[in-house]
Ligand binder design. Structure first.
Ligand code: HEM
Length: 300
């Protein structure tokens, strides 16, 4: 870490519980700062993030030793340039907005209706566990093609992987649970690829196979889709409902057609983002304002 970059110490437990006050103070006083507890430089202003994330020659997604690659295998999110473009294009037939509209929307609605139906007889329910979790998981089962996983298994695998790849403190039990889940996903992939399975031709698994993506990359990219593709929608679905129930005027605006569900999602994702930060590796020396970055450092 270069001497001229401001250093800000954080209480890791308090930051994990509620990062917003610390991030607001950083944004105001030390927008680019080194945080020893994260062993990383944090960029906290939107304009800096927008500028740096596009500069992949310096802020590279390639992190061979990063937890995401080590635990999930090399996936598209940890690649730059041509290799990233190839894998992203190969996934598009299953993940594009058009595929969502033309193929998945109907299936999502079918499963969501069934989840709502299952809640009718209950006097109480938990918004996350009983509603957002299965709604998100059923959608992800369809999209990935892993219909042999139950919603609960999918949710557990997703959480274990997310916990594993953010396990910067190096807890062995967290790493072990993550490895158990990635092996389980591999078994489920093998099962769905076996002759006679009813793998959907439109699923992510099948479109990657049809595109000729190497099997190791397919496994990593399916794990990537499961890690972010369950946690994020689950928390966004529950979060949007929670936010509207706590802001009746906003809820009324949506129900009366004055605001759209898309606006609800976009404002929620801006306000309480389901993904707080995503690391990049410093690939070569770089200076920006008061901060300088040295190769092999980590920036969030
Ligand atoms: C509320 C829902 C979601 C949010 C907020 C979200 C957020 C994100 C973010 C912030 C990234 C990183 C982008 C970057 O580093 O440039 C990402 C990447 C990715 N997400 Fe999601 N995600 C969501 C749902 C999903 C779902 C449902 C899937 C799959 C079914 C998915 C699959 C992916 C993939 C494959 C990537 C890597 C893209 C690439 O490297 O080009 N995500 N997501």
């Amino acid at each position: 870490m270069p001497l001229d970059t401001p250093v800000v110490d954080i209480d890791l437990a308090a930051f994990t519980a509620d990062p917003y006050p610390v991030l607001a103070s950083m944004r105001k006083n030390t927008p680019v700062c080194f945080v020893p507890q994260l062993r990383a430089t944090l960029l906290t202003r939107h304009e800096d993030v927008v500028e740096c994330e596009k500069n992949v020659a310096v802020f590279s997604s390639e992190q061979p030793g990063g937890l995401m690659n080590v635990l999930m295998g090399e996936n598209m999110m940890r690649k730059d340039g041509a290799q990233h473009v190839i894998e992203r294009r190969q996934a598009m037939p299953a993940l594009s907005p058009r595929a969502v509209k033309q193929v998945w929307k109907q299936q999502f609605e079918y499963h969501t209706d069934k989840v709502i139906e299952s809640l009718r007889s209950k006097t109480r329910c938990d918004l996350v566990a009983d509603f957002a979790m299965p709604v998100s998981a059923h959608a992800l089962r369809c999209i990935t093609g892993l219909m042999n996983m139950t919603p609960h298994q999918l949710d557990t695998c997703s959480q274990n992987i997310i916990d594993g790849i953010s396990n910067y403190a190096g807890h062995q039990s967290i790493e072990d649970r993550c490895k158990e889940s990635t092996s389980f996903i591999d078994q489920c992939i093998d099962e769905m690829l076996a002759p006679g399975s009813d793998l959907s031709s439109e699923s992510l698994l099948q479109v990657l196979v049809a595109a000729g993506q190497p099997m190791t990359s397919i496994r990593s990219n399916i794990k990537l889709a499961i890690s972010g593709g369950q946690n994020e929608p689950r928390d966004a679905i529950a979060g949007c409902v929670w936010a509207l129930l706590n802001h009746p005027q906003q809820l009324a605006a949506v129900l009366q057609g004055g605001a759209s569900w898309r606006q609800v999602f976009e404002e929620y994702a801006r306000w309480i983002s389901p993904i707080g930060m995503s690391p990049r590796r410093i690939a070569k020396p770089y200076t920006s304002g008061d901060a300088s970055f040295t190769p092999e450092g980590r920036a969030f």
